[in-house]
Ligand binder design. Sequence first.
Ligand SMILES: NC(=O)c1ccc[n+]([C@@H]2O[C@H](COP(=O)([O-])OP(=O)(O)OC[C@H]3O[C@@H](n4cnc5c(N)ncnc54)[C@H](O)[C@@H]3O)[C@@H](O)[C@H]2O)c1
Length: 446
Amino acid sequence: MSIPKAGSPDAASIKPATGKLGIMIPGMGAVATTLIAGVEAVRRGFAKPFGSTTQMGTIRLGKRTENRTPLIKDWAPLAKLDDLVFTGWDIFGGNLYDAAKTAGVLDHEQLESMKDFLQSIEPMPAAFDQRWVKRLTPKVQKVGKNKCDLASQIRNEIAEFKTKTDRQVMIWCGSTEIYIEPKPVHQTLEAFEKGLVADDPDISPSMLYAWAALKEGIPFANGAPNLTVDIPALQELSKKMNAPICGKDFKTGQTFLKTVLAPGFKARQLGVSGWYSTNILGNRDGEVLDDPDNFRTKEVSKLGVLEHIFQPEKNPELYGDVFHKVRINYYPPRGDNKEGWDNIDIFGWLGYPMQIKVDFLCRDSILAAPLALDLCLFMDLAARTPALRGLGIQEWLSFFFKDPDSAPGVYPEHDLFIQQMKLKNTLRHIMGEDLITHLGLEYYGE
Ligand SMILES: NC(=O)c1ccc[n+]([C@@H]2O[C@H](COP(=O)([O-])OP(=O)(O)OC[C@H]3O[C@@H](n4cnc5c(N)ncnc54)[C@H](O)[C@@H]3O)[C@@H](O)[C@H]2O)c1
């Protein structure tokens, strides 16, 4: 075991993960129910947590000759699945058994085997405004005299949940809100809090939850492409309260594969002239995204990826003229089983063109649920870690996001392999282990 240098973080400074971790989820639809039912299935020994870095991933420590490669969950002080407790909000009422049935992701038999557990969780009425999610009509929602009142109601519910759990994290699994650019009300915490009282139209429902969580010192992760915490006001609050934030938009299907393939082309200096991506999906998320204003939020999140990986300004002959298009088509017969097609036009030696076709018949929420779990566990770890909790944005979690948040003036890393190295090196760093650079000259010395 290497000895940490004086002043550098070490595992002993991280508060242990004792007691219950409460997970608070605005938006208890397909992703949230697949996450919660999945955690319960794993706890009962019915299934394995495939796709989860915290549960299945390993991490190499020290030199390759040391042979130290523990499971991350056995080495890092993460909350145990048995200690997770769930709550959340939605506009549909009912309980999570009903919500999971509506989502139609998990088999009937699997849901029946956990019916009692899922029926025991009932979402609280949401802070909702149809202006932000046009295709949904609520059955239940909070009523308040202004946005400050609604956000205060959420704070009270958080305070109540604090009495039942030892630590908490919040993760937005709600619908994608309509696209907006940051406005003056988003620029400072003072302006934002005045805007809550004045019912400013540019404060979205997801921002109310984020503000309430951060005010309560609770980390907030954003699984959707909404602006939410990507505004100076809430970044200021995050730092002030030592409550980590991260986002945005779970990197699951097509974009996940894009950030695997694109770094490969770039590594081999293969040019790209076009990348056409289209999807069909028939779940409620697909229905929400069928509205052009909601789709715009998703489109922006999906489009940035290639530009950041290819850096066309630095590689103009290879990537200076990439035609990149992304389409999402609502197609109810497929439900949550999305199909994502990519046609990629590339060129190689002497400019000869080639084509690649990808057809990913995926399951949206099956891909997203383990990411949501990992984010909850890592955000809880960040909140207990002195070297991380005051940073605001947790860029080391960009591995999980389509459109990762990064410090102002710093471009985000989209390459999945850089993101993975960043994640693992951050874990090594906070645990007082040597960082791994893959230099490896020492194996060949005298
Ligand atoms: N692979 C994936 O599934 C994936 C990947 C990336 C991002 N996302 C994003 O994650 C989010 C959830 O996806 P999903 O498939 O579970 O969608 P879903 O439609 O099944 O669930 C979203 C839920 O949020 C609820 N909701 C909307 N506004 C709310 C509010 N203000 N407060 C509380 N609840 C609210 C809706 O009623 C709905 O039940 C979406 O924004 C989606 O774009 C999903």
